[in-house]
Write a protein that binds this ligand. Sequence first.
Ligand SMILES: O=C(O)CCC(=O)C(=O)O
Length: 280
Amino acid sequence: MVVKNSDSILKITNPSRKKFVELWKQYQPFLIDSVAENWNACKNWSNDYLIKKCGNHTIRVLCYAENYLNNYQYVYDKTYPDTFMKFKEYVDIKFSEKKTENSLRYYMCAVDLEKFFPELTVDINYPEYFSRKPKINFWFGSCGNTTTLHFDREHNILAQIRGRKRILLYPPSNYLSFYPPNGERGALEYCSKVDPLNSNLELFPKFPWQQKKEIILQAGEMLYIPPFWWHHVTGVDENISLSFWYDINIGDWFRQKRIFSIILNILHHSKTVLFTHDGS
Ligand SMILES: O=C(O)CCC(=O)C(=O)O
């Protein structure tokens, strides 16, 4: 069954592969329910369970000052390097409300699940909508953790395991109207300088504010995000997500017909953005 959601994002219940491909060709994001909610991950991944299984694993964590992402400096430089810690220490710092040194905040984002948490893969069923293997990213954060506006070059199926996330989505149009830090030293060119939560029309007059689609992704739901769609993500509660990234291949350029012109538009302005990627 397909239903229309308030921001005209379709929601579909447990689609067959054929149905998924039919929707996927339209190059729009859509929601899927009644799939991830049946995984053991959704039923079992409490902090106690995760610590018992993986507490001693060393993981990479993004570390930043409270107002850092708000200032949008993150897209310019990486003043706050990633930090490494044991998974159990991360959970302890994160959720015991302990004040960290200099009030730094942490976000465990885009950690390769198969590499760093192989014992957790038994708790999920890999979605079978694509005939290729995904890279699976594990995201574990709390209320307010933010991923700034950016796009991925991959097809992304973002499965919400625990808690909720607020997601703003913008269809790709002219690359420059998203104000990427074009050519600026050390900057990530698949990121935008725009903070869509604080509209600044004077600084960013070409930004397509009105094209926003907004959803709250609930635990047990999955969101398909097409490649090159811009998205901004904020944790509403303590939350865990898994994103399944599938590389695009040449066949997709013909099936999702807009991809071709979007890639040409981006290439016209940035040669590197399509070939370098370091995480989210
Ligand atoms: O959940 C998040 O914080 C960001 C997820 C995301 O941007 C992605 O999977 O590309």
